[in-house]
Every structure is written in C-alpha cells, then in structure tokens.
Design a protein around this ligand. Structure first.
Ligand SMILES: [Zn+2]
Length: 376
C-alpha cells in the first residue's frame, strides 16, 4: 500500500477519534463529573472533525491536552490538523516540540518524525523532508511507506539518482517508476550536452520496462537530434505499436520525420489496430491540417464508437468532412465545431486530474502511469 495525503487525512481523522475514544474509555481517578465533562468534549471534538470544522476541533483538542498533558498522541493529531488547514509552520512547531519529550516509544517516535517530514514536504522543503524520511528508513529498513515518502521527496527535489537508489535498495518493486527515473536522469544528461550518456539511460529505461512510452520517445528525440532519422522513426513506431493510445504525443514528430509522407504510417497502424479511436482521430487531425480530410472519407463514414466523447468527435469529423465538400456550413454547425476539441486530453485514472499535455506522473496525486486518453 502506498500513502497519499488524502488517505493520510482519513487515517488521521480516524486516528484522532481512536485516541480520544480510547482515552475516554480509560478509568479516571477524578470525579465522575469531570469524566462526564471530558467525555462530552471528546464527543464534541469528534463532531467537529466529522463536520470538517478543523478550527473548532483544534480548539477543543487543545483544551483537552491542557487538562491531560500526558496525551502526546493528541498533540500529534493537533499538529496534523494544522497541516490539513495549511498552517504548516504551526504544524511543524507542534510536531517538533514533541521530539523533545522524554520516554517516547519507538512507534510514536516514528509517527512524529513522519509527521515532521510530511510538514516539510508540504511546505516545499523537500530536502528537509527527505532527511526525516531517511531517518525513518534507517530506524527500520522494512518501513516501505517511509521509503516511498523518501523516494517522493527526492523526486520532487530532482535528485533522481537518490530516488533510484531508494527504489532499488528498499525493494519497492516498481519497474515502471524505475524506468521513468532513468529517463529523467537521461534528460538531465542531454540538457548538459551529453547525448551519448542520455541515450544509454533511455535504453536502460526501455530494458527496465519495455512498455515505457516516455523512454522510447526521448530516445527517438535524441536520435533525431543527432540526425539519425530512420533510427528515430523506428523507435517511435515501436512505441506506438506497444501503446497506440499515446500516438498523439508523438505524431507531430512522426509527421516531421516523414516529411509529410505519413499516410503509410497511419494506414499500417490502423490495419493493426482498426478499432483505435486514438489512431483514427490523430490521423484525421493531420489530414485536416494538410487539407486532405477527404482521403479518409470511407474511414470516417464506416467508423463506429460507443463512448460519448468518441461519438462526439466522430460527429465533429463528419461535419468537417461535409464542410470540406461544401455540403454544409450553417452557423449552428460552426458553433458545434468550435466547442469540440480535435486533440485528446489526458485524465488521471486515479484522481481525475485533466490536462491537455500528457503526464507520466500525475501532478495532483503523484502517481506514475495513470494517464488515460479522453475525447470531446
Ligand atoms: Zn492523479
């Protein structure tokens, strides 16, 4: 299991409720009246947390801690609530103060250091975050969640080699991530002018994960920049054969490489993947750009898709074809055409984030390889 900040938040709310309830269940030496009052406060705090009233929950919990200073878990939870509210400085103050307390057991110490690391990470201090997560994996090498946080902090800091070491040394078994990190190292080498070294990293990435589209793309770019056009085209063709859904990402480069003679490429790909909306729509896009849409008249007429976005885009291309043949041209049709995107967008399968450009790692949920192609 990998942690995200979202499920960490749910975990946190659950943890706070658990701590409070377990505390409420403990027998108290004080008067029954005080126990009753405390219990009402616990219930009120839980209600505030459930209602997402973070401010009032923090006030209520702070009062409880004043009355019961031995409850370090509640301090920890208060710091986490500050972080959820975006008050990272206050979260850090609360969390760091906890480490000064004596006799903290190992499990609790882990929770505190993890919280400090996450606070720093959220505040954009990825190096300091990494220092804390590193401390955790040094305490327990089997702590896979801490290792994941450490890798993530290194990635955010663009310390790719260190991120790669974490993947390998902590046996996280994520070949696709390893491959993308190798690509990132290669891109760094290329931007420093070392294309040979860059290419060796791209090749290593393909060897690590033969489905890594990004690795093929970057290797082809390097080959193309060196003037090895045929080599570059063959690499990209292989990438499209492996994953035709992403053809739009590389098709401008393909059209450029083939100097406009791209018809054969699309015909060959469409014969291999005749039901691919990605290939068909990308083909139509390039034909249209070159005023050759009529060449695809039969394909457009016989195409049939079940998805709503695909149906809409197919209708778009049918209208465009009719316009090209001077069959239609009403204002309503033009308004319809203006609303439809010819190019696909990319949506994260995990969190729903959408953007026009492909992403190999979702900028929102930070998961790798969750891009799906959407139309409309
Ligand atoms: Zn996402």
């Amino acid at each position: 299991m990998t942690f995200t900040y979202l499920n960490l938040s749910y975990f946190l709310v659950g943890a706070v409720c658990g701590v409070i309830l377990s505390f409420a269940a403990k027998p108290k030496s004080k008067s029954a009246k005080k126990s009753h009052d405390d219990f009402l406060k616990y219930i009120q705090s839980i209600n505030y947390i459930i209602d997402n009233e973070t401010d009032r929950a923090i006030d209520e919990l702070t009062n409880l801690v004043k009355l019961n200073p031995e409850l370090i878990e509640i301090y920890l939870a208060i710091g986490n609530l500050f972080r959820i509210r975006g008050e990272l400085n206050r979260a850090l103050i609360v969390h760091k103060s906890l480490l000064a307390k004596p006799h903290i057991d190992r499990k609790l110490k882990r929770e505190i250091i993890l919280a400090i690391g996450i606070d720093y990470d959220k505040a954009g201090f990825h190096q300091k975050a990494a220092d804390n997560f590193k401390q955790l994996v040094q305490m327990d090498r089997s702590d896979k969640d801490a290792a994941s946080f450490l890798k993530e902090a290194y990635e955010k800091n663009h310390e790719w080699t260190k991120a790669l070491d974490v993947l390998k040394n902590f046996d996280l078994k994520r070949k696709n991530e390893e491959s993308h990190i190798l690509v990132a190292i290669g891109k760094e080498r290329r931007s420093n002018g070392d294309n040979q070294s860059a290419k060796s990293f791209f090749k290593k990435a393909i060897k690590t994960d033969s489905d890594c589209f990004e690795a093929y793309y970057e290797l082809a770019r390097s080959e193309y920049e060196e003037g090895n056009k045929e080599n570059a085209f063959n690499i990209i063709k292989k990438a499209v054969e492996k994953n035709h859904r992403f053809v739009s990402v590389v098709s401008d480069l393909i059209v450029e490489m083939l100097e406009g003679n791209y018809l054969e490429f699309y015909k060959s790909m469409l014969s291999k993947f005749p039901k691919s909306p990605e290939l068909l729509f990308d083909f139509l896009y390039h034909l249209s750009k070159n005023d050759q849409l009529v060449l695809a008249e039969n394909i457009i007429k016989s195409a049939d898709f079940s998805g709503e976005g695909e149906k809409l885009l197919l209708e778009y291309w049918r209208c465009r074809l009719d316009m090209e043949k001077n069959l239609i041209g009403s204002k309503a049709i033009r308004q319809f055409l203006d609303k439809v995107n010819e190019k696909p967008k990319f949506r994260c399968e995990y969190c729903g984030f959408v953007q026009k450009e492909i992403f190999w790692k979702c900028p929102q949920c930070r998961k790798w390889d969750t891009s799906e192609v959407i139309f409309g």
